[in-house]
Every structure is written in structure tokens, then in C-alpha cells.
Design a protein around this ligand. Structure first.
Ligand code: ZN
Ligand code: ZN
Ligand code: FE
Length: 754
């Protein structure tokens, strides 16, 4: 009888892998053992050859849902004529290579128990097993063991303990295992923090039906819930949260309920139902509608399904559809500690549905949309963090990459593996900086990574840059749009050089201009700027981002001079000439007017010219609403003019803006003009890529930067480039926006270090 030793590497601990192996070995009548060790799971099996082979295949093919096997090493060893199969006790060791699993949505078996009145976990909001439940958000240290989680203060009752000890049980070594007798409990509090007697979930439902706003302690932080069909409730939530237009996420109890309000494709369905349970953007149906205030001006809803037992019970018993948005004031990180939540959400929530299982690390909901049949991340967090990306980086050293400013994420890498953090947020306040620092310490601890170097953006004022500069480590600065291109290269493990198209809002250029409409020829090491949008002043710096009319005015002034004030189009009639005068003086004096080649700002300008948005309430709103108005089936596009200057191509958008104005005066519809603008940008990108290819012979193109969150643009550009024979790469596992920057920084830095 042969004996085989198999080593499984990856996310194989704390996910029910040992019981799975145990059952499988028994089923095949094999002897041997299974054991956790610092590098993963070790199995030895002894028995007839063909059974061993079947075992080996099924051990991977039928692995538990949360297991991710990244490596499998088999080795024939001397048989020892063992008779039985056993689970050996875990060995503790200092270096642990095994991976922490992300939090996972309640599994079907646990759900069955929660809704079975005969079951001891009936309506129990903290039910979980090795296939589901909290992980990343409750782990304080590794190895993943109850004393190192926020469950340590709960001692298991006898029944729970025997499940935990039984290798045949679904809860064998399920660290957060609990029941109503021994585990965490819900509490319902009023605004003053006074406990309200009665069943917390029933009380919550009662208040939701009355249109109240409830702060619900979820997996990675507090969420704010209210009735998505109640206009007043949603309006109140908006005004209290200081969030005027940015869409809210909504939670429905079932896919059927979602499909009443949204049109869902197969891929979207799969994503919505996945154990990661992200928020998925899906097109609205005309009828019926939820309260318009949920997602004003949008063509999509951001739907998700319940992912904790608490959500399931709440949604099932109320039958409602709930707004479920992050528990914070606009622009702050999500609240996750009880006291913190009570002070920070004091002005927003009427009541609190909370509990006594602490959240160790905050983690927002993830946001995904489907593009050409593939998931496309807008925000990567709960359900995905801290999963190691499938791509391997071009270098083995350990490194920390700090990311950018907006939609910050950071990443840690070692031995070519990379872990991208959960979404941290916009780094413009101390709260977010603290969340960033805590996140770094946490990931370093649970992955045992001591960075040998730190990578950062070139912008000297970014808090992420300043943090990097404060560390006593070798530092590597990476240009923002180089990082966008390198991130896409890294995900596809291509070496380059590529034509890196970065269409972006903001990014610090080495010439101190604000870059953002860039064509780079890039490999990991370095880049060459081949083309960019012509520079134009960014009047008022940051303020221009919030007030797109400024970009409109400056562009129009370039075309028509001061005469633009006489243009007979609605957006100009609405413009206050006094304000323009102030702005013009500032531009002439060069006051707070950095030069920019930003494509994001060009979208803003066009949005303002078309009278869609003169002022925005959240980042990217002008471009998003421009995209929303776009008419379908328009094939013509406006033409940019391309100017050769030395080795560079300068892309002049003035003819495009002029054409928009001409069409407006001819009463062409705004939707049609928007379509022609989108087409024009996609055609320009294709043309510039073709010119660059003529010069360099490079046929690979990466698309990166926040402007490509625009679906019309990304589809239009990709298909035109492919028609021209280009190979086009898009991000897969990280966002195309600045949430993916850290990955590019890490890749560039690692290459420069070797
Ligand atoms: Zn379960
Ligand atoms: Zn118990
Ligand atoms: Fe960017």
C-alpha cells in the first residue's frame, strides 16, 4: 500500500478544511492523518493507489466554500501500515504562512437553523459555522484561534463545545461558534443609549415601519437603515448624513425581491448570491420604483442581499427593503466601536440595534458592477479582504505600498504575493488617517509581514505620502498614472512595455502639474509620457473639482474670449458674470491655478456646458450624470485635434467643446451631444494609441484611472481599440479607480528594488 504526503497551502485554516479531509479519507477508506501546520495543512494518506488518487482530486475539487488552495505539493513516502485516519492536534509555531479568510455570508445550512423554530439557534443572530461567518473583522492576531478573536470573552456552553470538538461536525473548530445560551446578544438602544426592553429585532422593525433611522451593528461596522420605500425617511437620512445626492445601497431579502425593481443578468445574479455578498449595481426598472431619494439621478440601484443572520432575520420578518448605508457622516470612515458609534452617529440615528460582539477591524461593504460579463470593482472591501490576489508581483521582497488620496487602499506584499487592504476612504481627515494606520498595523500583524521598503505617490501633501515619509524605511515614489498602468500590468502578470492609458481626475506630475489625461509607454521600471491633454489652468485648485462651471468657463474663454458670456445657451445664461470676473482675475494673477491635463475635468466642463452640473455634491457627480444622459445608438463623435510637439502628442479638446456648443445652439439634444462627446474621447484614445504603436511597435494597452468607471467610455474605448488589433487589459480584482493605485506602486517599487 503506497503512502502519500500532501501539503495544502492557501486559505485552508479556519474554513473547515480538516473535517473535509477527515470525511473524505473515511469515505475512501484511507488511513493516515491531517494536521494544521504553520504553512497550511498537511495530510498523509495510505491505501490503494486509485483511492489515494481519487482522494487527492476530491480534496481540491470538493473543498469547503471558503477554502482557497494556492499550492499543492505531493510526495510519496514510506508506508507505516496505519489502520485508521485521525485529526492530529494543531502545532503552534511562530511563523504562520496560512491565510486569514475574508468574512463570509451566512451559509444555507446555518440559515435553515435560524429559521427552524425547533432548532436551538432559532432566530439567533450570531449563528455561524466553518463555512460562514465573521473572520477578518474579528481576528486580532494569528493563528486564527478563538482566544485571538473578539469572541474570546464568550465561553462556549457544553453543546457548542462538543460541536467545536467533533471532527464530524460542521462547527469543528469554528472559532466564532456560539448559541443563544453562551454567545453574543442583541440590544436595542434609544438615542440616549438607554436600553429598550423587548425583542430587539421586533422593536427595530416597529421603528423602521414608523420611518425611523436605525444604526445597525453589522459585520465590519455600523450601517444606517431605513425604509427604502419611505421617501421622508430617506430624505431625513440624507439631510442628517450631509449626503445630498450620492446613491445609497439597499438590501432586499431575496433575489426575487431585487428583480422586482432591477433588471439582473446571470453574472450579476451570481455576484449578488456569492458568499462575498457585495453591493451590485444593477439597472433600475421603470416600474415599480423605490423612493427616488435612494439614488437620485441614477439609472442603477446598488442592491445587496443579507449577509449576516441579523440581516436575514430583520429582512425576512419585516418583508421590507432597507436602505443600508455606511454608518458615518459623509467623508468619514464607517463607525465600528460602540461608544464611537454612539457619539458619531448621535445626530443621525434614532435608535441603535447593537450587540456585544466587538468588531476588531472596520470593513465597508464592497461595490461591484458587471462589465462585459465580468465583475468590475468600484470598491473592494468586506468579503474580499484580506484575500491574496491571484497575480504574483515582479519581486519577492516585502513591501508596503501606501496608495493615493481618494478611495485609498494600501497593500502589503511578500514573496510575490500581495494583499490589498479594505477600502479606507478619502484621506482628508484625521479619522481616515487613523483608520489607514490601524489597517496597516493589523494586516502586518495577521500576515506577519515586516516591510523592507515603502512605496508612495509623488504628491508631497497626500497624507498617505506623508505617512510613508515618516517611516524609517527605504522609500520609492511612484508617479500616479504610472501606478495606474502598472496595477493593470501586475494583475495580468505582463511585463510590458505597454501603452498605459490613464484617464483620471487628479494625479501629481513630476512637472508639478495636475496630470490626468495621459498616454504613457510604461514597464514596471519606468515610463515615457507620449501624449496628454493640453494643459489648462485649474482655477481655484480643489475648488474647481467641486464646481465644474469653473472648468466650463475657462475652456469657453479659451475658445471665445470674454465673448463666451454672450453665448445663448442655458449654462451660460445661468452663470454669474461677477463670479467669472473673480475667477478670471485669479487665473491672470496665477493664484491657486495649477496647470492640468485632467480628463476628469474635461468631463466636468462638458457636463457643465450641457447644463447638467455646475456644482457637484460628491466626487465624480458631473461625469456620472453626463454618462446617465447619454443617448444610445449614436455613432458620430467630436474630433480632438492632435498636435505634435517634439516627442509628445498634445491633445487639444477645444474643438470638441466648440462642437458641443454648436450642437447646443442647433438644439441637438443633450443626450446626443453627450454620446458624441463619449464617442469622440474613445476615438481619440484609439487614434493616439495607434500613433504610439506606429512609433514603438507596442500593441498592448492598459486602461486605468477613475474616468474609466464610466461604462460607456470603457466599452467604447475597448471595442474600438480591439477593432484596431490592440490587446486591451482592464483591472480584474482591484478597482480601476485610485483603489487600485497601491498595487501598481508595489509592482513598480519591487521591480526597482531588484
Ligand atoms: Zn454556516
Ligand atoms: Zn452555546
Ligand atoms: Fe487616479
Amino acid at each position: 500500500m503506497p503512502r502519500l504526503r500532501i501539503r495544502y497551502v492557501g486559505t485552508v485554516q479556519g474554513v473547515g478544511f480538516r473535517p473535509h479531509i477527515f470525511r473524505l479519507a473515511k469515505a475512501h477508506g484511507l488511513a493516515g492523518f491531517v494536521n494544521n501546520d504553520p504553512a497550511g495543512v498537511i495530510v498523509e494518506v495510505e491505501g490503494p493507489e486509485e483511492r489515494i488518487q481519487a482522494f487527492r482530486i476530491e480534496s481540491v475539487g470538493k473543498a469547503p466554500v471558503l477554502a482557497r488552495i494556492s499550492e499543492l505539493v505531493c510526495e510519496s513516502i514510506q508506508p507505516i501500515r496505519e489502520k485508521a485516519f485521525r485529526i492530529k492536534e494543531s502545532e503552534r509555531a511562530d511563523s504562520v504562512d496560512t491565510q486569514v479568510s475574508p468574512d463570509a455570508a451566512t451559509c444555507p445550512e446555518c440559515l435553515k437553523e435560524i429559521f427552524d423554530p425547533e432548532d436551538r439557534r432559532y432566530r439567533y443572530a450570531f449563528t455561524n459555522c466553518t463555512n460562514c461567518g465573521p473572520r477578518y473583522t474579528i481576528i486580532q492576531a494569528i493563528p486564527y484561534d478563538r482566544p485571538y478573536t473578539t469572541m474570546k470573552k464568550f465561553t462556549m456552553c457544553q453543546k457548542c463545545q462538543s460541536e467545536y470538538d467533533d471532527p464530524q461536525d460542521r462547527r469543528f473548530h469554528a472559532q466564532p461558534n456560539a448559541c443563544p445560551n453562551c454567545g453574543p446578544r442583541l440590544i436595542f438602544l434609544d438615542r440616549a443609549g438607554k436600553r429598550i426592553p423587548g425583542d430587539p429585532i421586533s422593536k427595530t422593525i416597529e421603528m423602521l415601519l414608523l420611518g425611523r433611522i436605525i444604526a445597525v451593528k453589522s459585520l465590519g461596522g455600523f450601517q444606517l437603515a431605513c425604509d427604502a420605500l419611505n421617501q421622508d425617511a430617506v430624505k431625513t437620512l440624507r439631510s442628517r448624513k450631509y449626503r445630498e445626492d450620492k446613491p445609497f445601497a439597499i438590501m432586499a431579502r431575496s433575489l426575487d425581491q431585487i428583480e422586482k425593481y432591477a433588471i439582473v443578468t446571470d453574472t450579476e445574479r451570481e455576484l449578488i448570491l456569492s458568499p462575498e455578498r457585495p453591493i451590485v449595481l444593477v439597472p433600475k426598472r421603470k416600474e415599480p420604483q423605490l423612493a427616488e431619494e435612494v439614488a437620485p439621478g441614477q439609472k442603477t440601484w446598488g442592491f445587496m442581499l443579507p449577509y449576516t443572520p441579523l440581516h436575514h432575520i430583520l429582512l425576512q420578518e419585516s418583508g421590507m427593503i432597507l436602505v443600508m448605508t455606511s454608518g458615518n457622516m459623509s467623508d468619514e470612515p464607517i463607525a465600528y466601536l460602540d461608544d464611537e458609534a454612539r457619539s458619531r452617529l448621535d445626530q443621525i440615528a434614532d435608535y441603535y440595534l447593537t450587540h456585544n460582539r466587538p468588531i476588531y477591524i472596520r470593513c465597508d461593504d464592497s461595490v461591484v458592477r458587471v462589465v462585459e460579463g465580468r465583475p468590475f470593482f468600484l470598491r473592494r472591501a468586506r468579503g474580499y479582504t484580506p484575500r491574496i490576489l491571484s497575480a504574483r508581483l515582479p519581486g519577492k521582497k516585502s513591501i508596503l505600498a501606501c496608495g493615493a488620496h481618494l478611495k485609498n487602499t494600501f497593500c502589503l506584499a511578500r514573496s510575490g504575493q500581495v494583499i490589498v487592504s479594505h477600502h479606507i476612504g478619502d484621506m482628508d481627515n484625521l479619522e481616515t488617517l487613523r483608520a489607514f494606520e490601524q489597517g496597516i498595523e493589523h494586516l502586518k500583524r495577521i500576515f506577519k509581514i515586516q516591510p523592507e521598503a515603502v512605496a508612495h505617490d509623488l504628491h508631497p501633501e497626500y497624507l498617505s505620502t506623508r505617512y510613508a515619509l515618516s517611516l524609517d524605511l527605504p522609500r520609492i515614489g511612484v508617479q500616479h498614472h504610472h501606478a495606474h498602468a502598472a496595477a493593470v500590468m501586475a494583475e495580468h502578470e505582463i511585463q510590458g512595455p505597454v501603452i498605459g492609458v490613464s484617464m483620471d481626475g487628479t494625479g501629481y506630475g513630476p512637472d508639478e502639474a495636475v496630470w490626468g489625461g495621459e498616454f504613457l509607454v510604461a514597464d514596471y521600471m519606468d515610463f515615457d509620457r507620449k501624449a496628454h491633454l493640453c494643459y489648462i489652468p485649474l482655477p481655484g485648485g480643489e475648488q474647481a473639482i467641486k464646481e465644474p462651471w469653473r472648468m466650463m468657463a475657462i475652456y469657453l474663454e479659451r475658445i471665445y474670449g470674454d465673448e463666451f458670456l454672450n453665448l445663448d445657451i442655458p449654462s451660460i445664461r445661468a452663470l454669474d458674470p461677477g463670479k467669472w470676473q473673480v475667477l478670471k482675475n485669479a487665473v491672470e494673477a496665477g493664484l491657486n491655478c495649477p496647470l492640468t491635463s485632467s480628463m476628469g475635468r474635461l468631463f466636468d466642463a462638458v457636463s457643465a456646458v450641457l447644463g447638467i452640473r455646475a456644482v457637484v455634491n460628491y466626487e465624480g457627480q458631473a461625469a456620472i450624470e453626463l454618462e446617465m444622459t447619454t443617448e444610445k445608438h449614436v455613432t458620430s463623435g467630436y474630433e480632438f485635434s492632435l498636435i505634435n510637439e517634439g516627442d509628445e502628442i498634445l491633445i487639444d479638446p477645444l474643438p470638441v467643446i466648440e462642437a458641443c456648443v454648436e450642437d447646443l445652439r442647433k438644439r441637438v439634444s443633450v443626450g446626443r451631444i453627450s454620446a458624441r462627446f463619449h464617442n469622440g474621447v474613445a476615438e481619440m484614445i484609439t487614434e493616439v494609441c495607434a500613433l504610439t504603436r506606429d512609433q514603438t511597435d507596442i500593441n498592448e494597452v492598459t486602461l486605468g484611472g477613475g474616468v474609466f468607471q464610466n461604462m460607456i467610455l470603457v466599452r467604447g474605448t475597448k471595442s474600438r481599440l480591439e477593432d484596431q488589433g490592440f490587446r486591451v487589459y482592464l483591472p480584474r480584482e482591484v478597482p480601476i479607480n485610485d483603489g487600485g493605485i497601491c498595487l501598481g506602486q508595489a509592482a513598480v517599487a519591487l521591480r526597482r528594488m531588484t
